[in-house]
Design a protein around this ligand. Structure first.
Ligand SMILES: [Zn+2]
Length: 111
């Protein structure tokens, strides 16, 4: 499964409240329902209301085994459009159209 942020699978599994975030070490974790975007073939799909443990400090989200399994099943189903609960229209941008001809100036500008 490809998360839209490029990760192949859920960031981590089995992290519970009381553990430390595996990304930043924070213990400020909360349970929440999150949405996540996935690439399915050439289509981007969004799944809402996914139960997750969320790090208050770095924002990393952790899914448990059962949640990851259900997401895998949904992926296996192919996200049939008839089962979608809504649709989003998202803008698409070209990175190359934004890249200035003089990249050196950009690098110096950030120095
Ligand atoms: Zn964290």
């Amino acid at each position: 499964m490809n998360f839209a942020d490029g990760k192949e699978t859920a960031p981590a599994v089995g992290l519970e409240i009381g553990n430390a975030c595996t990304q930043c070490g924070s213990r400020r974790l909360r349970r929440d329902l999150v949405k996540s975007a996935f690439w399915h073939d050439d289509s981007l799909v969004v799944v809402e209301e996914i139960p997750a443990v969320v790090c208050e400090d770095c924002g990393e989200r952790f899914f448990d085994d059962a949640t990851a399994t259900i997401l895998d099943l949904m992926h296996g189903d192919g996200f049939p459009p008839a089962q979608a609960c809504g649709h989003l229209h998202v803008p698409v941008f070209s990175f190359s159209a934004r890249v200035p001809t003089d990249l050196t100036a950009v690098a110096e500008g950030q120095g």
